[in-house]
Design a binder for this molecule. Sequence first.
Ligand code: SAH
Length: 369
Amino acid sequence: MSLAESKTNLLGLTRAELESFVEGMGEKPFRARQLMKWLYKRNVSQIDEMTDLAKRFRERLKEVAEVRTPAITLTQVSSDGTRKWLLAMDGTQGIEMVFIPEPDRGTLCISSQVGCAMDCSFCSTAQQGFNRNLTAAEIVGQVWLANRELGFQPGGDRVITNVVFMGMGEPLANYRNVVPATEILMDDLGFDISRRRVTVSTSGLVPQMLRLAEETNCALAVSLHAPNDRLRDELVPINRKHKIAELLEACWRYVEKQNARSITFEYVMLDGINDKPEHAYELVELLRGRPAKLNLIPFNPFPQTKYRRSSAAAIERFRDILNRHGVIATTRRTRGDDIDAACGQLVGRVNDRTTVRLGSKLISVAVQS
Ligand code: SAH
């Protein structure tokens, strides 16, 4: 391990952890608050710039701690304003992060793992397999970095209003790093994002969902994708272990424990596979009268996939059946198509930079080494 890596990355510490860290250095716990202000309210990464800390403390802090963010390999900006960053993790490994601006909010989609082990058949990350978990500091570091890249000004308007764990990886398979990261995102001394605007998305790890209900209070999204076990077993293999009935039980428990409004269910629209009227009626049976919202995601194709995106007409028909029968369903608008930033496309061109597609619709491309 190099000297740099042996230093504690301050971005990974929750308020309580930062307090014990500074106490361990013989300082008063309020130093942790001062540090958090520099880190999250002013976006400062150089300990030397944290001028209200005593010089002697800063010198000692520099010996044991630092602020380390993921390094940017490539930045792409889509014609619709969506931004995608390729981030180098260690050497050859990479993840992607996407920012989606909308008139009333700015959503940052972050990754929780390099690769993924869940093996969902329609997801491009699955093709890469699982590489490793991200640390809490690497997760928080994405948000910190995006703030800087998006020109966040201390005291100015928020640029990132929502954070979703819908990038690469299964967040609940990396529970011990994801949970502290959500805490830092929601802490008023941290990024201070409201709990309804930090969303963990899961393919359905039931035991971890039950634990999450007890231990945090962020929002939960569940990748459902099929209305019956036969089909879901095929699309989302974790279903072979935790069936739909068990999954939904955990969802309702989550809402109850959290006093949340609802669970968002993601449903990828695959042509001829899960997009027929009978599937919509099966979903009505599962979700009617429940605290559920359904988000229909047009499938985003990637090389070597056997699936196709459902037609706009099929998606509309599907949505109408649900809405007519009392299940709230909306269609997610596809964003960042021209830069492969859409859901499920967060992969792999990472490992071979020469194949990054620079489509004609691209407005600007900045390569950073
Ligand atoms: N592992 C987590 C979070 C990452 S995926 C989960 O499964 O929820 C974020 C969302 O994108 C999930 O709903 C996932 O099913 C969906 N997705 C994956 N591949 C996709 C694709 N090719 N097209 C559209 N959505 C996709």
